[in-house]
Design a protein around this ligand. Sequence first.
Ligand SMILES: Nc1ncnc2c1ncn2[C@@H]1O[C@H](COP(=O)(O)OP(=O)(O)OP(=O)(O)O)[C@@H](O)[C@H]1O
Length: 249
Amino acid sequence: MTAKILEINDVTVSFDGFKALNHLTFSMDVGELRVIIGPNGAGKTTFLDVITGKVQPTEGQVIFKGRNLRKMPEYQIACFGIGRKFQTPRIYLNLTVRHNLDLACNRNKNVFPTLFQRTTGGEIRTVAGLLETVGLIAKADFPAALLSHGEKQRLEIGMLVAQSPDLLLVDEPVAGLTDEETENVGNLLLALAESHSIIVIEHDMEFVRQIARTVTVLHQGSVLCQGDMDEVQNDPRVIEVYLGKQEEE
Ligand SMILES: Nc1ncnc2c1ncn2[C@@H]1O[C@H](COP(=O)(O)OP(=O)(O)OP(=O)(O)O)[C@@H](O)[C@H]1O
């Protein structure tokens, strides 16, 4: 049986009685690339927040690498091997691409990874290797401010990978990108999926088709259905709550 990197057991998150997550159960294997889709307000961001410890479950458990994350602060969960990329790139615009990656690599050397004893995790990355992975060798000495939006997204993904997370959480990485940049980010995530477990949240269905093996559909804070792209697209419940609505727009 394949080991699970993440298990979310019957998690509910209530905000003043409103259930943003409602008895949600989810799991994924080590090394899986999973795409999460769902209409606005389905609970996708809350789902990531509960994994990173930004939000605590009202009920239920989040188990990462076999360990219950309950009451663990966000920084400790990050050190334990969960890296998150937010929708808007968080990079140092006045520093070069190389310098940004260098800083991210050096974050590895602080006290917390030693304190919290990372057990698995990808290999420690070098700046040169990361520049190649994210396709930015030619722009290594450019200030990050001069990068296109897609290049900034790739740089930030590289900065995340520099910290050798076991699980990467990537929130809408292609919002606002051109078709070519979208394909580049997709290829980068597919390459990273060979050595990482990755969860991607995305609205862009073309992009989902490019990268998805298994898709999980969230609706009203619960898993509506799960399967490969064809299964999900042809599920009448999904057509009703998500794809149908999108096609009408
Ligand atoms: N801090 C909060 N307080 C109250 N309600 C909240 C809070 N955070 C989220 N919600 C509500 O929980 C529901 C799920 O929100 P969430 O942001 O997780 O959805 P989403 O699927 O990420 O949506 P979108 O695709 O629009 O980003 C929404 O109805 C939202 O208004």
